[in-house]
Write a new protein. Structure first.
Length: 277
């Protein structure tokens, strides 16, 4: 298959790296706690202090902002389609972006935008998490291109490019889920993202193994819901980045309970779909 022109890919990478990004509470708290800044000094530090830091320090500061979540991965999944960019090409792309140079637009809580030249360590982190070398098998690609709502297809392609679907048995899990969720009119994009989280966390060999685990997960959730306490959801928190991390800083009991009830409803839909034929 033909790969997209490098120049066009470079433009797309630069555009995504340079789009405005709000300084999150996590990043602001790190800067305040580590460098003794006041919050109104963060903007100045980003422009004048950041260039003086070591690569590892810059990575600690900027990694929450430049670890691409599904929406960013979707941009490149749609751009590439069934094509891929071999890892051997990545260092050259990184160096071209460094040479531009690529400039981040970092927006502080006062609404001010601060231009920061991105160092290699940040660009490399961003690129290495885009799954540029990922592939979507032809049957799954055709299914995604034909069945779901058009607006959802870029994200679905990003999901399908994830490494966890490398085996045919796991590809069948995703394909079956999409076909029958749409047939039964229960399709939701959030459910497909939850299926990805579940599969990446527990790595079931096939649909039968995934189906066999569901009753235990349901039992755990029922106990937690009945207890009414805010125990951690059973989904592994290491995959929280798929949805951009924990942006909701509120953690009230009712939010946790609602999240568990949502997980329970998803498992019921998943169980029903996996047993459909």
């Amino acid at each position: 298959m033909d790969t997209p022109p490098v120049s066009t890919l470079l433009e797309t990478l630069a555009a995504e790296l340079e789009r405005p990004r709000e300084i999150s509470a996590q990043v602001a708290n790190h800067l305040v706690g580590t460098y003794g800044l006041t919050r109104d000094a963060i903007g100045s530090f980003l422009v004048n202090g950041l260039p003086k830091l070591e690569d590892y320090e810059i990575d600690l500061i900027l990694s929450p902002l430049f670890t691409p979540a599904l929406p960013e991965q979707a941009v490149f999944a749609e751009f590439l389609g069934r094509d891929s960019i071999a890892k051997e090409q990545w260092p050259g792309l990184v160096q071209q972006l460094v040479a531009l140079p690529a400039r981040a637009e970092l927006v502080t809580e006062d609404g001010q935008t601060h231009l920061v030249i991105l160092r290699e360590v940040t660009i490399e982190r961003f690129m290495h998490r885009l799954r540029l070398d990922g592939l979507i098998p032809e049957p799954l690609f055709k299914l995604i291109s034909d069945l779901p709502p058009a607006a959802d297809r870029p994200v679905l392609k990003a999901i399908a490019r994830r490494l966890v679907w490398k085996t045919e048995a796991r590809q069948n899990i995703l394909g079956h889920f999409l076909r029958f969720a749409i047939r039964d009119r229960v399709y939701q994009l959030d459910d497909v993202a939850e299926l990805l989280k579940l599969t990446e966390t527990y790595e079931p060999a096939d649909a039968s193994e995934l189906l066999a685990r569901i009753p235990h997960w349901q039992q755990v959730l029922r106990q937690e819901i009945n207890a009414g306490a805010g125990a951690k959801p059973f989904f592994n928190e290491r995959v929280e980045e798929l949805h951009g991390g924990g942006r909701d800083q509120r953690r009230p009991e009712n939010s946790r309970l609602a999240a568990k009830e949502k997980e329970q409803a998803f498992l019921e839909r998943l169980q029903s779909i996996l047993t459909s034929d």
